[in-house]
Design a protein around this ligand. Structure first.
Ligand code: PEP
Length: 260
């Protein structure tokens, strides 16, 4: 059984006190909920430490938005896996579409990050997803398959329980236009079959998150899909009330057993 995961990606938002206040509000509320879901917050790097303190002794975990694949070295401005581990990170977002689009990250580069995160004992949240024109051209599966092959080929099956994949159609990110539950399940089912073809039933331990304009009013319908194991939340994670409503939707669906 896969425990749902709801991860908040704060991107380049908040200043110090806003980050602390937001983390405290979320941590307080999640501490009062049942443990049927994992929750993680991914603040900007500079706020990892104060957010770690705000989350101390609560079930909410800390995550980072990016990482460099080398453990240390002359890479000015970069942050390594051992650094993230040393400030208490459990998860690292890897290959977000904004990093692919604005920072030129390639599948080969992302593959190095996935391996570095796993070797460092943390959990990668690998983002994949097609652009609008690729979907319109009927190439969505092909694009996602190439991203999966590029980032995960050769990964050993022992790593699978630590791996999280987020399907984030680029046309749904920050646009207010989420994938329908059917579109999400169709792609999540495809990703699951791709993994099963490589790793057999071990692939069933990998959590597949949906991301892209997740909101309190669409979360439950998306989370009810059998291969949607939670969400990666951008905009709606910047307000405690909307993020918590999404967490509660995940708990509600998992306590009903989803549609599976
Ligand atoms: C994201 O950036 O990962 C994301 C899903 O953003 P939003 O929820 O704002 O669409």
């Amino acid at each position: 059984m896969r425990i749902p995961l709801v991860a908040g990606n704060w991107k380049m938002h908040t200043v110090r006190q806003e980050a602390i206040t937001l983390a405290e509000a979320i941590a307080r509320a999640v501490s009062g909920l049942s443990a049927a879901v994992e929750v993680t917050l991914c603040p900007p790097f500079v706020f990892l430490e104060p957010v770690r303190q705000a989350l101390a002794d609560t079930p909410v975990q800390l995550g980072a938005q990016n990482v460099h694949p080398e453990p240390e070295g002359a890479f000015t401005g970069e942050i390594s896996v051992p650094m993230l581990a040393s400030v208490g990170c459990r998860y690292v977002i890897v290959g977000h579409s904004e990093r692919r689009q604005y920072f030129g990250e390639t599948d080969a580069w992302i593959a190095r990050k996935v391996r570095a995160v796993l070797q460092g004992g943390l959990r990668p949240i690998l983002c994949v997803g097609e652009r609008l024109e690729e979907r319109q051209a009927g190439r969505a599966r092909q694009v996602v398959q190439a991203q999966l092959e590029g980032a995960l080929d050769g990964l050993s099956e022992e790593a699978l329980p630590e791996l999280v994949i987020a399907y984030e159609p680029v046309w749904a990110i920050g646009t207010g236009q989420n994938a329908t539950p059917q579109q999400a399940q169709e792609m999540h089912g495809f990703i699951r079959s791709w993994m099963r073809a490589r790793w057999g039933s071990k692939a069933d331990s990998v959590r597949l998150l949906y991301g892209g304009s997740l909101k309190p009013d669409n979360a439950a319908a998306l989370f009810r899909q059998p291969d949607v194991d939670g969400g990666l939340v951008g905009g709606a994670s910047l307000k405690a009330s909307s993020f918590l409503a999404i967490v509660e939707a995940a708990i509600g669906v998992s306590s009903q057993g989803g549609e599976a």
